[in-house]
Write a protein that binds this ligand. Structure first.
Ligand code: SF4
Ligand code: SF4
Length: 432
């Protein structure tokens, strides 16, 4: 790890992150997303030269992570490759992008292998740190139906060894939804017993992890459900303190479809099911989802406890939307930020401290939760000691997450899994 990776902590800041929605064009048809191709909406793409200037600014101001998202980023493959190179040249180390997998359809055609080889070679020639492929169900037919991309799963299965041969280990990105484990009508029933709901979701996550492992993935991440009017239906007697008030559709990756709408009570059970499932697969798959963050979310939804470390959206993390290219605190708050802060300096004493817990957008929530204590250690060790004394469970899980992240080489897509290091995280009876 380089000094510049940790230097922001000594100023009470986290390393900066920008999520840039390069375009909102998409050829997928996912019901859980407002940017699906069948939805009539204004489509937009950013000016590439403006994006380069923004990247230069972010690099100079000490930002270290940058994601190019969409829509479907690879509809603009040439631009995205150029921008990845530009970001690396600007000194940004953790550059990420991904795809819905449309380039992997048509795998029965004779030119498939040559096509994917060329794609993998182009990506391998950049300094991309993370390359994700989205899959939303353990049932191939269900996933392809939802995405509107027939044959994509077979294509992904054929493409993965080609990517591995080029030294790229893509991660699979699951957008958690009611069909995660395959279509199960019970998970749509509003009167389903909460414990049964949790049990079914645990089975769904197991099925999903087993499925993507068998497909050939070595890294997996989960996007927490973000629904419009996010407190969901139909249960209004929620047992959590979460509220979706104040959220807006800056980023269109949410929808009102029942497949993605959950009550706060259901969300709490989902986080619990994921928290319980992860340990069983950590020795086989590099699972990015930090359990400390899930632990906080469970307490938030089941006990109405505010997470220890607030989201850094609008402080060190920002979202750039494709329409006007405006900078927002995140994908879900409508405010516009005048410019990026200089993360090499301390925030001015009058700067507002982060306090937002409105949603659980994992892009911002997970790193806030994981790195918040490091910034606190460097600037307010006494306050950290108080947190530690009052919340030993959170810190025990955080330390284990950090050890696990190390065993996974911090999910660098250029490295194969170190199964010996990961095996130390196998739970009893799950060594194989
Ligand atoms: S989730 Fe991704 S692939 Fe699906 S419609 Fe939205 S942007 Fe497109
Ligand atoms: S918790 Fe973070 S991502 Fe969610 S609305 Fe607040 S600042 Fe935005």
């Amino acid at each position: 790890m380089r000094f510049q990776d940790i230097s922001p902590f000594f100023k009470g800041r986290l390393p900066g992150q920008l999520v840039i929605q390069y375009a909102n064009h998409c050829n997928g048809d996912c019901p859980q997303c407002g940017m699906r191709r069948s939805r009539s909406m204004e489509r937009s793409r950013l000016d590439k030269e403006k994006v380069k200037r923004l990247i230069d600014d972010a690099g100079e101001r000490g930002f270290q992570a940058l994601s190019f998202t969409g829509g479907e980023p690879l509809l603009f493959l040439d631009d995205i490759i150029e921008l990845i190179d530009h970001a690396a040249g600007a000194g940004i180390r953790y550059v990420r992008t991904g795809t819905n997998g449309f380039l992997f359809t048509g795998s029965e055609r004779p030119d498939f292998e040559a096509r994917i080889n060329a794609l993998a070679a182009r990506i391998a020639a950049t300094k991309l740190y993370t390359f994700w492929i989205s899959i939303d169900s353990a049932d191939p037919e269900e996933h392809e139906r939802m995405r509107g991309l027939p044959g994509v799963i077979r294509g992904i299965e054929k493409a993965l060894p080609i990517f591995h041969a080029h030294g790229i280990y893509p991660s699979v990105n699951l957008g958690i939804n009611r069909n995660t484990g395959g279509r199960d009508a019970r998970l749509y029933r509003p009167d389903l017993d909460p414990e049964e709901f949790r049990r079914l979701f645990r089975a769904a996550f197991r099925r999903f992890y087993g499925f993507v492992h068998d497909l050939g993935f070595t890294i997996v991440n989960a996007c927490y459900p973000m629904s419009d009017e996010g407190d969901g239906q139909p249960d209004s007697t929620d047992d959590g303190g979460a509220t979706a008030e104040g959220l807006a559709k800056v980023y269109g990756a949410s929808s009102e479809d029942r497949v993605i709408r959950f009550t706060p009570q259901e969300k709490g059970r989902i986080f619990q099911a994921l928290f319980e499932t992860i340990p069983r697969y950590r020795h086989r798959l590099r699972i990015f989802s930090p359990r400390c963050s899930l632990y906080s979310l469970i307490k938030r939804y089941q006990k109405n406890e505010v997470p220890l470390y607030p989201c850094r959206g609008g402080h060190e993390f920002f979202f750039v939307e494709s329409g006007q290219g405006r900078i927002h605190p995140c994908g879900y708050l409508p405010g516009v930020i005048a410019g990026l802060p200089d993360l090499r300096r301390r925030p001015s004493p009058s700067a507002k401290r982060p306090d937002c817990h409105l949603c659980e957008w994992e892009c911002f929530r997970d790193p806030s939760e994981m790195m918040g204590p490091l910034a606190e250690l460097c600037t307010s060790p006494l306050s950290l000691a108080v947190h530690l004394f009052r919340n030993p469970g959170f810190f025990r899980i955080l330390l284990e997450d950090l050890r696990y992240y190390r065993a996974c080489d911090f999910f660098n897509c250029r490295l194969p899994p170190d199964l010996d290091a990961m095996r130390r995280f196998a739970v009893r009876g799950e060594q194989s």
